[in-house]
Design a protein around this ligand. Structure first.
Ligand SMILES: [Zn+2]
Length: 99
């Protein structure tokens, strides 16, 4: 097993998490506000704009998947099929599905 360090958010805070509508990455609203989306900030421009975070992310998602090796992971490839304009997924936690 690899020693990748993608962290899975603790359950008690799970309800506060939001998934990016474009790449499905899961972060806290504070992370989206501070850093934007690590994959599609260029398109979404959520950093510093809570209003855009409300529009561009969702709290409605089914389960989560962790991508710790974007090059090798079939999950990452599958996620990528949904993301026409994104070349690379960041190592992180993603929503398995969302509305
Ligand atoms: Zn994104």
């Amino acid at each position: 097993m690899s020693q990748a360090q993608a962290s899975i958010p603790p359950q008690p805070r799970a309800k506060a998490l939001r998934a990016c509508l474009l790449c499905s990455i899961i972060q806290t609203p504070a992370d989206f506000r501070k850093h934007g989306c690590p994959n599609c900030e260029e398109l979404m421009q959520m950093k510093g704009y809570p209003d855009r975070i409300q529009i561009c992310t969702t709290t409605h998602f089914d389960g989560i998947i962790a991508v710790i090796d974007p090059e090798q992971s079939w999950v990452a490839r599958w996620q990528r099929t949904c993301m026409v304009s994104l070349a690379n997924l960041d190592e992180s936690v993603y929503a398995a599905a969302h509305d």
